[in-house]
Design a protein around this ligand. Structure first.
Ligand code: SRM
Ligand code: SF4
Length: 562
């Protein structure tokens, strides 16, 4: 690389090049009891270790209260009860008493202060889980369908997802040194100075990279929103391979037309024995062609959009050294989770539980956190986190059902009619007060807004409608609002852009309908649209499909205001 091209690199690129172990001075600052936070460059390295330095935005008027968000790496979202109990205990001791299920099947701790950070990280690693690469310019948590085996095939997919996750892990020694051994990596040691990750090189990726698996007809992982996707193809009762997808992603910035959400392209077909090679190949195309001069333009989706599918397939095949098969037919019909009790193929049972905005907590008469702890202690289910921020308790013996239902009832959690259809189908990102990028509320506001939308639905005779509603506090798209039938994207405090027209199978992006709406405007707009929908829908047509058929034609997307 020439000096000129190096100078155009973003700051993140330069610091990765300078300290390719990603150790920064994290170990030294961690050991310093007087420091309540890490320096700016270290906050970038910390992300690769699964940690975000944040401050409590509710308290900004009285100064900056630094705290940390820690995200687990939990491929497919599966944990043992023992591991869950460790997470519960760590959240109680060092976090804000809650666990946050993420939209990528992981858990986040929020509100951890610096004194608790090292202990919490040690605890996670002792439970044989880690947080390595949960954030940063690397492959993130790999998603897989969370529904427990009602047939043997989904178990194979989970194993495939774990293989891909393992193969794409960075190899730096810094993570183990800092969080397990509790030491600062010696940056002067030539071995550390010259370190280059065998897959990622010295500079890692230009930006984050995301992978997911899905099993048609269910698209519960929103697979097409990922940089890399594997869509299972079943023939004769076995998974014969996967359609490989690439170039999905949702993040954008208000007023910047060079950024946009994008649905992935189907590139080709790959057999199960070759998914790791294929995954590495796709990742290295991102590594080598992603834009390292502009982080807003650095995702793989822009490479796909600008160079095209034919170029991408050829480039990928050149790297992996074999030809992909042609994509096989598949069809997604729906997204979403399964709730209530269901029997597994082995005779055991699983219970799908709705978790409002993914937050596992005790609040008022609903004491979900305490209930889950008791169930994990007494009945030891396998814990599965869903991409829609819900939880599944799996592998429960038939004899456990009544006791588990009773524990939940004692803690104010029903297993039947857990929430209205729109709540069960909804998602919100954390936003305020933890997220530094939030422009408006999301997790703390959506439940109230849904209450008002429930009122509207009842008013127009659609009380049981399960329209898919997602909200984020900014346009980064963390709760995947651009795939929802109704998407709310924060624009400013109390103001949201309204997107309409996603579909139930999560294969179609919605479109911007109106900008900067306050709550009263949202409700009046939705009242008018829902009233028309009841009159104009064709048979069982869903609201999102009606919006795409009718509303999109009437109101072409408004020009985006800067
Ligand atoms: Fe996200 C940044 C939370 C899934 C796109 N995301 C953030 C940060 C870390 C804010 C920051 O950079 O300072 C948020 C932390 C908030 C907090 O206080 O916890 C955050 N993202 C989340 C989670 C927790 C939202 C949730 O409701 O669960 C999800 C964690 C998933 C996980 O376990 O790994 C989460 N983020 C997503 C998704 C959805 C997905 O991956 O399926 C997206 C859209 C898909 C995509 O990547 O394109 C997403 N997050 C972003 C972006 C925009 C990236 C871009 O291409 O422009 C940012 C901003 C950034 O990276 O600079 C971001
Ligand atoms: Fe924060 Fe925006 Fe992501 Fe919400 S969508 S968590 S506000 S970055």
């Amino acid at each position: 690389m020439t000096a000129a091209s190096e100078s155009k690199l973003t700051h993140n690129e330069q610091i990765k090049l300078a300290i390719p172990t990603l150790a920064g001075t994290i170990g030294a600052t961690l050991a310093d009891p007087a420091a309540d936070r890490f320096c700016e460059d270290d906050t970038q390295f910390l992300k690769f270790h699964g940690i975000y330095q944040q401050d409590d935005r509710d308290k900004r008027k009285v100064g900056k209260h630094y705290m940390f968000m820690i995200r687990g790496r939990i491929p497919g979202g599966v944990l043992s009860s023992r591991q869950y109990l460790v997470f519960d205990d760590l959240a109680t001791r060092y976090g804000n008493q809650t666990l946050r299920i993420t939209s990528r099947q992981s858990f986040q701790f929020h509100g951890v202060v610096k004194q608790g950070l090292g202990k919490l990280m040690k605890g996670i690693n002792e439970a044989l889980i880690d947080t390595l690469a949960a954030c940063g310019d690397v492959n993130r948590n790999v998603m897989a369908p969370p529904t427990p085996p009602v047939d043997a095939l989904r178990s194979q997919m989970l194993e495939d997802a774990r293989r891909v996750s393992g193969a794409l892990l960075p190899k730096t020694k810094a993570y183990h040194a800092i969080w397990v051994e509790g030491v600062q990596l010696n940056l002067e040691d030539p071995e550390n100075k010259e370190f280059a990750d065998p897959l990622y090189g010295k500079q890692y990726l230009p930006r984050k990279f995301k992978a997911a698996f899905a099993f048609p007809p269910l698209n519960d992982t929103d697979v097409l929103t990922n940089c890399l996707g594997f869509i299972a193809i079943e023939e004769g009762g076995r998974i014969v391979g996967y359609n490989l997808t690439a170039g999905g992603g949702l993040g954008m910035s208000h007023g910047n037309e060079e950024t946009y959400p994008r649905v992935a392209d189907v590139i080709g077909f790959v057999t199960p024995d070759r998914i790791v090679e294929a995954a590495r190949g796709v990742l290295t195309v991102h590594r080598d062609f992603g834009d390292r001069t502009n982080r807003k333009h650095a995702r793989l989706k822009y490479v796909l959009e600008e160079k095209g599918v034919a170029w991408f397939r050829e480039e990928l095949e050149r790297r992996i050294g074999f030809r992909l098969g042609d994509p096989r037919p598949y069809r997604f019909e729906r997204q979403g989770d399964v709730f209530g009790w269901h029997q597994q193929h082995d005779g055991n049972w699983f219970l799908g539980l709705y978790v409002e905005t993914g937050r596992v907590k005790d609040e008022g008469t609903r004491r979900l956190k305490s209930a889950l702890k008791l169930i994990a202690e007494r009945h030891a289910p396998e814990i599965r986190l869903t991409p829609s921020q819900n939880i599944i308790l799996a592998n429960l013996a038939p004899g456990d059902r009544a006791a588990v239902t009773q524990i939940l009832a004692d803690h104010g959690i029903p297993v039947e009619n857990q929430a209205t259809a729109i709540r069960r189908a909804s998602m919100a990102c954390p936003a305020l007060p933890t997220c530094g990028l939030a422009l408006s509320e999301s997790e703390r506001y959506l439940p109230d807004l849904l209450g008002r939308i429930e009122g509207l639905l009842a008013e127009v005779g659609l009380a049981d409608n399960d329209v898919i509603i997602r909200m984020t506090g900014c346009p980064n798209g963390c709760a995947r609002p651009y795939m929802a039938e109704i998407g709310f994207v924060g624009k400013a405090p109390g103001k949201y852009n309204l997107y309409l027209g996603g579909n139930q199978s999560s294969t179609r992006l919605n479109r911007l309908h109106k900008e900067s709406l306050k709550e009263a405007e949202i409700l009046s707009e939705l009242r008018a649209l829902l009233t028309r929908y009841t009159r104009e829908r064709a048979g069982a047509e869903r609201f999102g499909d009606w919006c795409a058929r009718i509303v999109w034609q009437e109101a072409p997307a408004a020009p985006v205001k800067a």
